[in-house]
Design a binder for this molecule. Structure first.
Ligand SMILES: C[S@@+](CC[C@H](N)C(=O)[O-])C[C@H]1O[C@@H](n2cnc3c(N)ncnc32)[C@H](O)[C@@H]1O
Length: 224
């Protein structure tokens, strides 16, 4: 079970109309709750795939990664440790401030940016786009444009890894959350070879010990 479940819960019965920007003001609590957590399994899976491919061509940096919705940098730290050059992006200035303050970073190969998904611009020829538990927080009417931007930025043979929320997730009714059916996910991944597509669905508990229903897709995919 993902440790993402160990966080807050949205009050029962709230809808997008009576709870605008439900998540936006809660990120600070989230960063505190998950401080010091290890990198995500989807990232580790993708990095291992690159390691196998790169075995025969040792380089000073392994590749160029975008860590989208990086939070306070649990995945960015691992990418840097494994000699990746990283552009870490988050829409919340506090996330980037927390990342900047970390003492366990090799900053030589790190660039940081505060930018929202709704206005995302990425450089070309990206080897890896890591989006751990963040894309569902892109408003639905901006998701298609965001996904296209990711696809254009990734080089052929580059990888996407991260999570999407399923349509049976209990946060699906919220306006500021984007959820997908399995069919939607498979359609989104049609320009990719799917290396991992794990569906997780169950009741869980938050950090506050409250019940929450989760429906997740864990994805690692290689662009054709
Ligand atoms: C659940 S956290 C995930 C953080 C980290 N990747 C992790 O795995 O713990 C989601 C992150 O996405 C960012 N985020 C949410 N909505 C965003 C948006 N519309 N544009 C940019 N970043 C956003 C939040 O600020 C937050 O840091």
């Amino acid at each position: 079970m993902s440790d993402f479940l160990n966080r807050w819960q949205v009050p029962q019965g709230k809808t997008s109309t009576d709870a605008p920007r439900t998540f936006e003001h809660r990120w600070s609590t989230y960063y505190q709750a998950v401080e010091g957590r290890p990198p995500r399994d989807t990232l580790l899976f993708a990095l291992d795939r690159f390691d196998i491919e790169n075995q025969s061509s040792p380089r000073s940096t392994v590749g160029f990664a975008v860590d989208l919705g990086c939070g306070d940098g649990r995945d960015t730290v691992e990418l840097l440790r494994r000699r990746w050059r990283v552009l870490a992006i988050d829409g919340n200035a506090e996330a980037i401030a927390r990342l900047r303050q970390r003492s366990d970073l090799d900053r030589r190969y790190l660039e940081m940016r505060v930018q929202r998904f709704e206005a995302l611009t990425l450089p070309p020829n990206v080897d890896l786009i890591n989006a751990s538990f963040c894309l569902p927080f892109c408003p639905t009417d901006h998701f298609a444009e965001l996904w296209e931007e990711l696809g254009v930025a990734l080089r052929s043979g580059g990888r996407f890894c991260g999570q999407l929320f399923g349509d049976r997730d209990s946060w699906a009714p919220y306006d500021d959350i984007t959820c997908h059916t399995r069919q939607d996910v498979e359609q989104l991944l049609s320009p990719f070879d799917i290396e991992q597509l794990d569906e997780e669905e169950h009741s869980g508990k938050t950090a506050l010990g409250e019940e929450k229903y989760w429906h997740l897709f864990h994805i690692v995919a290689r662009k054709h």
